[in-house]
Design a protein around this ligand. Sequence first.
Ligand code: FES
Length: 239
Amino acid sequence: MEEVKVSVMRFIPSEDEQPRYETYSITPKDNMTVLDTLFLIVEDQDPSLSFRCACRLGMCGTCGMMINGRGRLACRTKVEELGDEILVEPMRSFPVIKDVAVDMEPFFDSWKKVKPYFVPKEDTDEFAIIPKHAKSREVIDNNSDCITCGLCYQSCDAVSIRDGEYMGPAALSRAHNLIADERDGARSERLDMVTGEEGVFECHSFGACLEVCPKGINPMETIQKIKTKKLKKTVGLKW
Ligand code: FES
């Protein structure tokens, strides 16, 4: 490709009535990512463009955006996979701060609701020892790769239908990590929290979360596991 047209949503909520789109032409280089194109635009064409990023390695989770209609990490999305027209928009379900930079507060508010930290049992004298091949370790390993990018949250129709009054896939996945950990002293309380209002029973298994997760995590499956644990707990079975 000799030239790629990158259309980016521009919007300053305190000044603009409506978002608008600006299109920039760039000459792509080998292995260029969408994040590289945004930097190129800022350096050569329009320094006022705003977006979020930090690591540029797919690790920090800050560069989530809608790219050609799908939630993706800009630093992990190659231009050559997208063709010669690229549309960049902010993630859904988040307030826009400026252009494609969004305020992640709704996501982290949900995260806080699930008590996302380990609570040691009172009789725990050693901290965080997990035997190498323990079953509980296998259960949580994949979910522990979450980079809190918010892509699952923004893609979730249950989040948008309930206007944020649903904890969303990432927070529930995080809760499951702790519920599945038998050393955690708050797992019973946590299970009740995430199976109440705004919790797992709001999930309609649309599956968008697992399609967009850049780490290959399957929050929908995890949410089903939480539902099963709750049912077992309710009828008095070991969970
Ligand atoms: S910049 Fe860190 S994940 Fe993309």
